[in-house]
Design a protein around this ligand. Structure first.
Ligand code: SAM
Ligand code: SF4
Length: 356
């Protein structure tokens, strides 16, 4: 027990999210907004009273990290192995867009082979999934989450900055045909942009028997244009879906660390999850730890401090030295985030760099 990754609030880390690249081929409005249309959307929402123009509109710079700063697959595997020896059970590969990195199936195979990894998953925008799907499955990937915020190709482009709706839909289909289970789909809901699609996205989840997650918009965008009024609170989403479909809550008492509040359709097909980090923070049960593509360990999405493991990996530190450092870092995990509090400070890194 002494070897666990336990923080000073009694929480034990079981879930490691590994960003394998900070690069991305999409420019999502809530993550790496870049298009004129995205800028116009935000501008149109500012008003003097409820939604003042953010104090700092300096975009967060996201110069891609030089390749030499990215952890190699050997280094990632080593951190995961050490993490597992300290009680990590779940590993999720993410980014940036993880499928932009070369030979991701090679990394999946390495991690799947580590005894003690009970659950290995990936989050992807899905654009490049089809060409690697088979190899990923063969390598041992069992679970996959796609991000798809709209069923309408034009709105999809507004949200992601790219024409890619058909490719992502094809990716979701293929993942189901290949037997990935469950196939999850995440949608960030932004008021005034895709909230009119909530019911149709849920209907899509039921028709295709998907696990669908609606996520609240968090202040982690590179343009720092997040505003509270753009967040659709999960309870509002749920009320609408209950009215439309009579959703039934799923008993989650044996999984307190799950971020999504899950609901089933009465006919048992598909599932809806609501992830409400802004309106109903779940920090008290958080068991997650994040490793950035350049080797920084983060104890929270919103941490202002991160801990560089790369010098240890590239120096002569032993596994025991790295394990001790990881235990120290986790001990200092913050009690929770401060979104909505007067002293909230958005971290320098954006979601694309931290790894969602
Ligand atoms: N590129 C991949 C993708 O989009 O699935 C993986 C990385 S992405 C950062 C992981 C998840 O974070 C996605 O589901 C995305 O929708 C979510 N995300 C990004 N920015 C967000 C924000 N500001 N608020 C809430 N979720 C966000
Ligand atoms: Fe890229 Fe994913 Fe961020 Fe969209 S959410 S810009 S796909 S990292």
């Amino acid at each position: 027990m002494g070897d666990e990754l336990r923080d000073s609030h009694g929480r034990v880390m079981r879930d490691l999210r590994v960003s394998i690249t900070d690069r991305c081929n999409f420019r999502c409005l809530y993550c790496l907004p870049e298009t004129e249309e995205a800028a116009n959307f935000y501008r149109s929402k500012w008003d003097a009273v409820r939604n003042p123009k953010p104090a700092s509109l300096e975009p967060i710079r996201y110069d891609w990290k030089p390749k030499s700063h990215l952890l190699t697959y050997e280094e990632i595997e080593r951190i995961v192995r050490i993490g597992v020896s300290l009680g990590i059970e779940k590993v999720r590969l993410t980014g940036g867009e993880p499928l932009l990195r070369r030979d991701v199936p090679g990394l999946v195979a390495r991690i799947a082979a580590i005894p003690g990894v009970r659950d290995l998953a990936m989050t992807t925008n899905g654009f490049l999934f089809a060409r690697q799907a088979d190899a990923l499955r063969q390598a041992g990937l069992r679970r996959i989450s796609f991000s798809m915020d709209s069923l309408d190709p034009a709105n999809f482009k507004r949200l992601t900055g790219r024409d890619g709706h058909a490719e992502v839909m094809a990716g979701i289909d293929l993942a189901q045909r290949l037997g990935f289970a469950p196939v999850k789909v995440n949608a960030v809901v932004i008021r005034g942009l895709n909230d009119h699609e909530i019911e149709s996205l849920a209907a899509f989840a039921r028709d295709r028997d998907l696990s669908f997650r609606f996520i609240e918009f968090m202040p982690l965008d590179s343009s720092r244009a997040w505003q509270k009024d753009l967040v659709m609170p999960a309870r509002e989403i749920l009320a609408r879906l209950q009215a439309a479909y009579g959703l039934v809550p799923v008993d989650q008492s044996s999984h307190p660390s799950e971020t999504a509040r899950r609901h089933a359709f009465p006919d048992g097909r598909g599932e809806i999850g609501l992830i409400a980090p802004v309106s109903e923070p779940f920090c008290g049960h958080c068991n997650r730890l994040r490793l950035t593509a350049d080797g920084k360990l983060r104890t929270c999405l919103f941490s202002l401090e991160e801990h560089d493991l790369r010098p240890l990996l590239r120096g002569d530190a032993s596994d025991a030295d790295i394990a001790a450092r990881m235990r120290d870092i986790v001990r200092g995990k913050e009690a929770g985030h401060r979104i909505g509090q007067p002293d909230f400070v958005q971290p320098q890194r954006t979601m694309s760099c931290i790894g969602g």
